[in-house]
Design a protein around this ligand. Structure first.
Ligand SMILES: *[C@@H]1O[C@H](CO)[C@@H](O)[C@H](O)[C@H]1NC(C)=O
Ligand SMILES: *[C@@H]1O[C@H](CO)[C@@H](O)[C@H](O)[C@H]1NC(C)=O
Length: 296
């Protein structure tokens, strides 16, 4: 497989992909929320998120997925597998995927020593004497590293209070932790670096119009099919979302051609006997929905 060109690191970001790495998600122990956070992040930044995959903590799976995503998309984010234990293999697997060595990153280690809060069971942790715990901690600052690339482009500190870096490999693969609060904070911290590479930095051009309809999906399907065909050449996507247990469903128009989209709203409202809403559910009756309380 062709290795890194690094060319991905400078151009405009049109597309993104997300790789969730975690046995705990596949095993039903943990619910992944990071991909949903990334999806919102991308939408608001005008980036087309094209793919979300969940895979096991398995080297060959990580190698295959990360190479393919790095090749196919402009901005790739991985989540998970960078902790101190034996099953945290993301760094080593991604290093292998791009034929890079793993290197202890001294600045990251200094930050770890300075900023990590002592665990209650290790109040006076000894950073200077070799120990199993120290070796385990160091796993987290031994990163895939390319000596030909400036350090600040491949080890990114997003926040003065966090020691965990975002390792950026092959120019576009960003390795983030799976812990949601860290993932979210570090992704937000990347935004200023991404801004100059966005085609539509505030996502201003991306408009999502919601139309609430009392008709069942089957009754609007034929109309929506022909509407979608007409809207497609304008880059506008037509969606239909049933809302379980609610009276009304939602039809959406998503795109950048604001003029075209606004021009068809009255027609869509009429065809689906609905009306435009600002937020999904704003026209729901106020009292608790009986079907929902039954299954709660
Ligand atoms: C390291 O970076 C250089 C410069 O971008 C690139 O040409 C080379 O292919 C990279 N090496 C690997 C193994 O990715
Ligand atoms: C459903 O849509 C109809 C038509 O737009 C609207 O009059 C009604 O308020 C909506 N909400 C409910 C709960 O029916």
């Amino acid at each position: 497989m062709a290795a890194a060109t690094g060319a991905q690191s400078k151009g405009l970001i049109h597309t993104a992909a997300c790789l969730i790495i975690g046995d705990e998600v596949l095993g039903g122990k943990t619910v992944d929320t990071n991909s949903a956070y990334l999806a919102k992040f991308c939408f608001s930044a005008g980036i087309n998120l094209k793919r979300i995959e969940v895979i096991a903590d398995d080297e060959s799976e990580i190698v295959e997925a990360v190479r393919r995503m790095s090749n196919n998309y402009d901005f790739v984010v991985t989540s998970g597998g960078i902790g101190p234990t034996h099953d945290d293999i993301t760094y080593q697997s991604i290093a292998k995927a791009f034929d890079l060595p793993l290197k202890q990153h001294d600045a990251a280690f200094e930050r770890m020593k300075r900023l990590s809060k002592p665990h209650p069971s290790q109040p006076n942790f000894d950073w200077n004497t070799p120990s199993a715990a120290l070796t385990a901690k160091k796993r987290m600052i031994i990163l895939p590293y390319n000596d030909s690339i400036p350090d600040e482009e491949q080890v990114i500190f997003t926040d003065d209070q966090l020691w965990v870096p975002v390792a950026c490999v092959n120019g576009n693969v960003h390795i983030l932790p799976g812990v949601p609060r860290l993932f979210e904070r570090m992704l937000d911290g990347l935004k200023p670096r991404l801004l100059p590479r966005l085609t539509d930095p505030e996502g201003k051009g991306v408009l999502r119009i919601l139309i609430s309809t009392p008709l069942p999906e089957s009754a609007v399907a034929e109309y929506l099919t022909q509407l979608a065909a007409r809207a497609e050449p304008k880059g506008v996507k037509v969606g239909s979302y049933p809302r379980w247990g609610k009276e009304n469903n939602t039809v959406t128009l998503v795109g950048r051609d604001v003029e075209f989209m606004e021009s068809i709203v009255p027609e869509v409202e009429k065809a689906v006997q609905g009306h435009r809403v600002a937020v999904e559910g704003e026209d729901d009756p106020a009292q608790a929905d009986p079907k929902k309380t039954e299954v709660a």
